[in-house]
Design a protein around this ligand. Structure first.
Ligand code: HEM
Length: 127
């Protein structure tokens, strides 16, 4: 994913630390939102950290960074969770808020959100 100037989204965002920071902030927002409480229960800290690391790796790799995603595909990872359109929209709002907190510019913000958006059909199961 290169821009006209030849820089990847990964580089334009500011690299790994910015991506990890955005994901951590986004996950913190999900954890404090009662609409996502049904996804939080019964998961050990290590399981939560594993999922966090996989999301960071996946975004960093898709943004053109020197990372490799070794997790499962998005359809397999979310099948059976019954994720709804409303949950998807709320998830997107939290992502946008985390990107704003880190001062990500509009163009990079759109590109980041587009990475999430292309998995929507694999993740959302209910209208
Ligand atoms: C409403 C939106 C979403 C919800 C509620 C959600 C929820 C979850 C949950 C509960 C898991 C753990 C599944 C399990 O192992 O039992 C998971 C895994 C995961 N999710 Fe999501 N997710 C959402 C959107 C996304 C998006 C947009 C991405 C990135 C494109 C993503 C990336 C991942 C990854 C990488 C994993 C770990 C895969 C693995 O364990 O191999 N998720 N998600």
């Amino acid at each position: 994913m290169s821009s006209a100037e030849g820089k990847t989204l990964y580089q334009r965002l500011g690299g790994y630390d910015v991506i990890a920071g955005v994901i951590d902030d986004f996950l913190m927002r999900l954890r404090s939102d009662p609409r996502f409480a049904r996804f939080a229960g019964g998961r050990a800290l290590d399981t939560q950290q594993r999922a966090r690391q996989l999301i960071v790796d996946q975004i960093a790799a898709l943004a053109g960074g020197p990372c490799v995603y070794i997790g499962r595909d998005m359809k397999t990872s979310h099948a059976g969770l019954g994720i709804t359109e409303a949950e998807w929209q709320a998830n997107r709002q939290h992502t946008a808020a985390a990107l704003d907190k880190f001062g990500v510019a509009p163009r990079e913000k759109e590109e980041f959100l587009a990475i999430f958006e292309k998995y929507k059909d694999d993740i959302v199961e209910k209208a």
